[in-house]
Design a binder for this molecule. Structure first.
Ligand SMILES: Cc1cc2nc3c(=O)[nH]c(=O)nc-3n(C[C@H](O)[C@H](O)[C@H](O)COP(=O)(O)OP(=O)(O)OC[C@H]3O[C@@H](n4cnc5c(N)ncnc54)[C@H](O)[C@@H]3O)c2cc1C
Length: 806
């Protein structure tokens, strides 16, 4: 075994072998994969092998589409046949809402160029004849889905990697991960030490404990997952499609002329709670018939022949489920050079995961927007097993349950409450959760008397409330009070702070103390990695504020770029500051009542910040807005936050002040054209494409991404984020809907919603420049129906920006 390598991969399951395959494909030769037992001996050998391509995010779908491409050619390329069977797949609908969901899926699939059709019950049964059409309303069919032999595909990837020079060592256990000054340096194994600047943790359910030893939060938990293998059933033959019947919580496919039938029960069983037994390798768990019985019964409802089919085996294996059910990829924020790839569906996604991670390692950039899979989405509290396991169990139990828009987690609630929580609760806040924080979506106190005068139709009506419109109007017409305590906040301090931030930001932050700057931080391609406000507090001190969920991510981005000379220190101060937001045309009168500071426009201009005293508390007030109105973010120590809230609340009563939740804020920002990072703007888009060119200061000197922007400016952009006004205001897009030009899909909605002031249904989408002209007639497919839409001038509300500068 080598003693030095460019990369050491821990774990010889499907992910580890795929990472080795793709690292060597990118030209790395010094790659060592160490596996404590035999290849595939973890979760991989007992997987059912289903490969379904359409997923909840564009990136994961694209990644699995690549897996399919790869699995098709692996046999010819490596000489090891992974038994890829391109049988197609069916997803059944047995309820009207499920049928709407399928229609939405079919529409989304179009935006990826993934072939998917809606079939009648008859057509579905024709494709899988032993199936009953009981309760069936329709099915979605993907002809290029299929299944693969999990062991075969892993061995094929390993063989491909070996052929290009990778060393694959079985029977070698990693016992320690070496680190020095925040960087990984190698591993100590049962067979000696290997020095390496890159270590990849693909240890599946063992990965969490390995990561924890070096301070990395990797919330993946084993949960028992079972499938039944039956004896032969008449009518089953090779080549039949894989079927998912989510209303019955089951999936099935043909296996040796019998059935392989598994599912996701509502009450899953965690495994290995007290630790994974040391000798657990290439082993299964004892079959648990009692646990499987509801799924077996459901199976017999769909396939009556199951009642009499002989049983070959009930396979029970621990599946690694992450704390939100999505994959976990990327470089650990706590440890440079320590990469991870874990989570299910590993067999389906391994091709794409291996390619993406290899690119990330070799080029320093995954090349795709991976936010929903990014290890940097987990805050420290995900290191708590009780919390994170609860989430993993909930994610597993809901895998096949119909999910409506804006649904919230049920487990792990109440973890972080802001200091003003009692007031929010007292006003009837309907709470959602972000990054562990309880945050009001809307307030019962704002529910109008009588029936609502307006409501969205279709899918968008779920988890909607007429209180949202009332709160929206309060902000536009009087004033709204928001609890924004969950904002992630950092302090960047030191003689090198301004230099670092000038390098990271596209906007010019070298401004006088007391200046608030809205800016992006870019990657070398000019893609938007962070979107935040940077406020200069003093010559060598900055206060940075970003979205609640993006704290770990953005902090890691800044930390990664810290100069080595120690001239800058960065610190997360999220918990040290509460934030009360006050906006609306009456915000000034309200604030003026409770402070002696002069808050007139002349004394306290837009995009400036200063200390003011409010109700006896020292408050750092920033005149900035995400809702498009005059107002302030008021940062105060948590112990004094309640006092500030109460003072503003009392002062505001006479002015029509209302408490405002996040759903109204979203509607307000949409009609004001404010972008939301992770949907409207991502590392895949530049500020010129996203309509944020106004932030880019090319003449301020060098900054990361500048060269790419200069080149793009010279060439001109090819696509642009556009605001579409949908012709029917009650037809509301929620994101991922296709945008049509005639009979061509030309874009996908990034975010959408109803603007209560403009009275329009708005949808944002990147469009080719030829279609980005104002007035271009298009259509947005909402709940499977194409609705006319037109590219509109934006922002829809207050294009002259007079309100924010009032
Ligand atoms: C019953 C069942 C059915 C499934 N069906 C499907 C399906 O149809 N489709 C699908 O896509 N997914 C399916 N999955 C999920 C799939 O099996 C996993 O997502 C996938 O196998 C995970 O691969 P991995 O490489 O991350 O982990 P593993 O295969 O578990 O590999 C991790 C490896 O790391 C090794 N290791 C751990 N610690 C160390 C150490 N310290 N030193 C060296 N080596 C170490 C282990 O020995 C192990 O071999 C199923 C899972 C189960 C349980």
């Amino acid at each position: 075994m080598k003693t030095e390598a460019q990369a050491v991969i821990i774990g010889g399951g499907v992910y580890g072998c795929s990472v080795a395959y793709h690292l060597t494909a990118l030209g790395w030769r010094d790659v060592v994969l160490v596996e404590k037992g035999r290849l595939t001996g973890g979760a991989t050998f007992h997987a059912a092998g289903l490969v379904g391509q359409l997923r909840g995010t564009p990136s994961l779908t694209r990644m699995i589409m690549y897996s399919v491409d790869l699995y098709r050619r692996l046999a010819a390329e490596t000489g090891q046949d992974p038994d890829w069977r391109e049988t197609g797949s069916l997803r059944l609908a047995a309820t009207p809402d499920r049928l709407v969901e399928l229609r939405r899926h079919v529409a989304t699939a179009r935006t990826y160029g993934l072939e998917m059709h809606l079939l009648s019950p008859r057509e579905a049964v024709d494709l899988f004849p032993v199936m009953s059409d009981r309760d069936l309303l329709g099915a979605a069919y993907v002809p290029t889905d299929g299944s693969v032999d999990p062991t075969g595909v892993t061995l094929a990837l390993a063989r491909g990697a070996r052929a290009r020079g990778a060393e694959i060592c079985e029977g070698v256990e990693v016992r320690e991960i070496l680190t020095k000054r925040g960087r990984v340096r190698g591993v100590v194994t049962s067979h000696g030490t290997i020095r390496a600047e890159v270590v990849v943790n693909t240890a599946g359910i063992w990965g969490r404990e390995l990561a924890a030893r070096v301070g990395v939060v990797l919330p993946i938990y084993p949960i028992e997952h079972q499938y039944l293998l039956t004896g032969p059933i008449d009518g089953l033959r090779r080549g039949l499609p894989v079927v998912r019947d989510p209303d019955l919580l089951i999936y099935f496919r043909e296996e040796a002329r019998g059935l392989c039938l598994g599912g996701y029960e509502r009450h899953p069983l965690p495994w290995g709670v007290d630790g994974i037994p040391p000798d657990f390798h290439h082993r299964l768990l004892p079959p648990n018939w009692e646990q499987f019985e509801p799924l077996a019964r459901n199976g017999a409802r769909r396939i009556p022949a199951l009642e009499t089919a002989g049983v070959r085996e009930l396979v029970n294996g621990p599946d690694g489920i992450t704390a939100d059910g999505e994959l976990i990829l990327g470089e650990a924020p706590q440890l440079r050079g320590f990469f991870v790839a874990c989570g299910t569906p590993g067999i389906a996604s391994a091709g794409g995961v291996g390619r993406l991670l290899a690119q990330w390692i070799v080029e320093g950039d995954p090349g795709l927007d991976v936010w929903r899979m990014d290890i940097r989405r987990f805050q420290a509290h995900y290191g708590d097993p009780a919390y994170a396991r609860g989430r993993a169990l909930e994610a597993y139990s809901k895998n096949y349950v119909l999910r409506y828009p804006f649904e919230e987690w049920e487990s792990g609630r109440g973890l972080k409450r802001s200091a003003v929580y009692p007031r929010l609760a007292g006003l009837g806040a309907v709470f959602g959760e972000k990054a562990g924080w309880e945050r009001p979506n809307w307030f019962a106190v704002n529910l109008p008397d009588g029936p609502p005068t307006w409501a969205p139709r279709g899918w968008a009506r779920h988890n909607w409330s007429p209180a949202i419109g009332v709160e929206h109007r309060a902000v536009r017409e009087a004033a709204g009070l928001c609890d924004f305590t969950s904002f992630a906040k950092f302090e960047v301090v030191g003689p090198g702070a301004v230099g670092l931030l000038q390098w990271l930001c596209d906007n010019d932050v070298d401004r006088p103390p007391g200046t608030v700057v809205y800016t992006q931080m870019l990657n070398a391609r000019g893609g938007i990695e962070c979107d935040l406000t940077v406020t200069r507090v003093a010559a060598d001190r900055f206060f940075v504020v970003t979205g609640s969920a993006f704290g770990v991510h953005d902090l890691a981005w800044i930390t990664r770029h810290l100069p080595e000379d120690g001239s800058v220190a960065v610190r997360d101060v999220t918990g040290e500051w509460a934030c009360v937001g006050l906006w609306g045309p009456r915000a000034r009168e309200i604030l003026q009542q409770v402070t002696e500071a002069d808050v007139s426009h002349g004394a306290f201009p837009y995009m400036t910040a200063r200390w003011v005293r409010v109700g006896g508390a020292e408050v750092w007030a920033q005149r900035v807005t995400y809702v498009g109105e005059l107002g302030w973010e008021l940062y105060v120590r948590p112990v004094q936050a309640l006092g500030v809230w109460d003072a503003l609340w009392e002062a505001g009563r006479a002015w029509g002040l209302r408490p405002v939740g996040y759903r109204a804020v979203d509607s307000l920002r949409l009609e004001k054209g404010y972008r939301y990072w992770s949907v409207d703007i991502t590392p895949e888009y530049t500020p010129y494409e996203s309509g944020q060119g106004f932030c880019v200061k090319l003449d301020k000197g060098a900054f990361q991404g500048r060269e790419a922007l200069v080149a793009q400016k010279a060439e001109g952009v090819r696509r642009r984020l556009c605001c579409l006004v949908v012709a029917e205001p009650q037809a509301v897009a929620l994101g991922n809907e296709p945008v049509w030009a005639g009979d061509r899909v030309v874009g996908r909605v990034t975010s959408g919603g109803y603007g209560y002031t403009v009275g329009e249904s708005l949808a944002y989408a990147y469009l080719p420049v030829a279609l980005a002209r104002v007035g271009t007639a298009l259509a947005v497919e909402i709940d499977g129906v194409r609705v006319a839409a037109v590219v509109a001038r934006e922002p829809r509300y207050d294009p002259g920006h007079t309100r924010v500068r009032a």
